[in-house]
Design a binder for this molecule. Structure first.
Ligand SMILES: Cc1cc2nc3c(=O)[nH]c(=O)nc-3n(C[C@H](O)[C@H](O)[C@H](O)COP(=O)(O)OP(=O)(O)OC[C@H]3O[C@@H](n4cnc5c(N)ncnc54)[C@H](O)[C@@H]3O)c2cc1C
Length: 391
C-alpha cells in the first residue's frame, strides 16, 4: 500500500487493536481510527487461554505489548479431570498454558495502540451503511455479529453452523491451580464444565450440556441467580464454596447460548476486509479464537506492508490466513463434536476418558470404536506416533 494509509477499524476487540499496533509500528504516519461501541474498560467474557506458541509470536511482533501481556498472565502446568463419583486424575502436560483477563488484555492493547498514535473512539457504534469518507481501508473487526459483514452478506457469503449443545461463560472467585475439566452425571444427563484461572483473583468457568439436560435441570427457567444456584450445587466439588459469577441479560435471565461456527466465502470486498471473529469462529473448547484474531491482524499488516496494490494485499492476506486456519478449524469441529457425543466416551474407564478427551481434536476418533482408539493410542505412545494416532 501507499506510504500513508488512512484506516477505519470497526470494533475495538483483540483483532483490530493488535492490527492498529502493528500498522503503526511499521509506519507511524498511518492514520488509524478505531470505532468501538462500548466504553473503555467494558467488555464481554472473563478470561482467555493461550499457549507458548502465541507468546513467542507476540514477542516477535511487538515486545512492549507482549511484555505487558506476559506480566498480567497466570500460568498452569497441569490438567485435572474430575468425573463425578468416579475419579479425579491429574495429568502433567508438556506445554504450559496461560490465562489472562479479557478486560486486561484489551486494556493493554488499547493503551499500547494509543501510545503509538491510534485514535480510539469509544462508545461509537457503527451501522452497516456508515460512510467512512476517504478511508483507504475499512477493517471489520466487529466480532461474530459484524454489521459490516451482514450489510454486504451477499458478497462475503457468511455461513453459520449452530452447535447442538448449550453453554454459558461464567467467572468464579475459585482459583484453579490446574486447567480443570469436571463432568457431572445428573438424572437428566451429563453436564460439564472447564475452568482455568486468569488472574490471582478469578477463574473462568464454561459450562455446557445438551438442551434436554438444560431443560431437565430447570436451567431454562427463572433468573440468572436461579441458574447459578443450581450450577454451584452441581459443581460444588470443584468450586470449594466459591460462587459462580454471571453477567445477566437486560431482562435478568442467564446468558445461555448455542455456539455458532462461522465461515465466509470471501474475506474482502472493495476496501472492506474481515478480521477475527467477523471472518471466522472456532469452537471455544479449543481456546484459540483470540490467538487466531491476533494472527489475522499480523498477517494483514504484513500483507499491506509487502504489497502496494490493495486488492492484491487483501487477497494475499485472505489466502494466508485461511490456510493457517484450516487445522484449528478442523480441531475445533472435532472437539465440539466430541462433547456433543459425550455418551459415546464418558462411560469408559477414567484413564480412557482422559486419553480420549485429550485427543478430542483427532480426525480418527469419531470413526474408531473408543476402546480400540485407546489401545492404538497406547501402542502409538510406546512406539512414537504409529498410524498417526496419539500425539
Ligand atoms: C465461551 C467462550 C470462551 C472463549 N475462550 C477463549 C479462550 O480461552 N482463548 C481464546 O483465544 N479465545 C477464546 N474465545 C474466543 C474469543 O473470545 C474471540 O475469538 C475473540 O475475542 C475474537 O476477537 P475479535 O477482535 O475478532 O472480536 P471481539 O473480541 O468480539 O471484538 C469485537 C469488538 O467489536 C465491537 N463491536 C461490535 N459491533 C460493533 C459496531 N457495530 N460498532 C462498533 N463496535 C462494535 C464489540 O463491542 C467488541 O469490542 C472464547 C469465546 C467464547 C464464546
Amino acid at each position: 500500500m501507499g506510504d500513508r494509509v488512512k484506516v477505519a477499524c470497526v470494533g475495538g476487540g483483540p483483532a483490530n487493536l493488535y492490527f492498529s499496533i502493528l500498522m503503526k509500528r511499521v509506519d507511524p504516519s498511518h492514520d488509524i481510527t478505531i470505532y468501538e461501541r462500548n466504553p473503555a474498560g467494558s467488555t464481554y467474557g472473563w478470561g482467555v487461554t493461550y499457549w507458548d506458541e502465541l507468546f513467542n509470536d507476540l514477542h516477535r511482533a511487538d515486545a512492549d505489548s507482549a511484555r505487558a501481556i506476559s506480566e498480567s498472565s497466570v500460568r498452569w502446568d497441569s490438567w485435572v479431570t474430575d468425573i463425578r463419583d468416579r475419579a479425579t486424575v491429574t495429568v502433567e502436560q508438556g506445554e504450559a498454558g496461560y490465562g489472562i483477563s479479557r478486560r486486561r488484555l484489551l486494556g493493554i492493547l488499547a493503551e499500547r495502540a494509543e501510545s503509538l498514535g491510534v485514535r480510539i473512539e469509544w462508545e461509537h457504534e457503527i451501522d452497516g451503511e456508515h460512510d467512512f469518507g476517504d478511508a483507504d481501508l475499512v477493517v471489520a473487526g466487529d466480532g461474530v455479529n459484524s454489521v459490516l459483514r451482514e450489510h454486504h452478506a451477499e458478497h462475503f457469503g457468511p455461513e453459520f453452523v449452530t452447535g447442538q449443545n448449550i453453554y454459558i461463560w461464567l467467572g468464579t472467585t475459585k482459583i484453579f491451580d490446574a486447567f480443570v475439566f469436571a463432568f457431572v452425571e445428573t438424572e437428566h444427563g451429563w453436564i460439564w464444565c472447564y475452568g482455568y484461572k486468569y488472574s490471582q483473583e478469578h477463574s473462568t468457568c464454561v459450562i455446557e450440556c445438551t438442551p434436554e439436560t438444560w431443560r431437565g435441570l430447570g436451567l431454562d427457567q427463572g433468573k440468572e441467580a436461579d441458574s447459578l444456584a443450581i450450577l454451584e450445587k452441581l459443581f460444588a466439588d470443584i468450586l470449594d464454596g466459591h460462587p459462580l459469577i454471571g453477567r445477566a441479560q437486560a431482562d435478568g435471565t442467564a446468558h445461555w447460548l448455542h455456539f455458532r461456527t462461522l465461515t465466509n466465502r470471501t474475506w474482502h470486498h472493495g476496501n472492506i476486509v474481515l478480521v477475527g471473529d467477523a471472518a471466522h469462529t472456532t469452537h471455544y473448547s479449543i481456546g484459540a479464537g483470540t490467538a487466531l484474531a491476533l494472527a489475522d491482524a499480523s498477517v494483514l499488516a504484513k500483507a499491506l506492508f509487502e504489497e502496494k496494490d490493495l486488492d492484491k494485499a487483501l487477497t494475499a492476506y485472505e489466502h494466508e490466513s485461511k490456510s493457517k486456519l484450516r487445522s484449528p478449524q478442523r480441531a475445533a469441529r472435532n472437539s465440539a463434536r466430541w462433547f456433543e457425543n459425550l455418551p459415546r466416551y464418558i462411560d469408559r474407564s477414567p484413564m480412557q476418558v482422559i486419553t480420549l478427551l485429550g485427543q478430542r481434536h483427532s480426525v480418527m476418533q469419531p470413526y474408531v470404536p473408543p476402546g480400540l482408539y485407546y489401545q492404538f493410542d497406547r501402542i502409538a505412545g510406546r512406539v512414537g506416533g504409529l498410524f498417526g494416532f496419539g500425539r
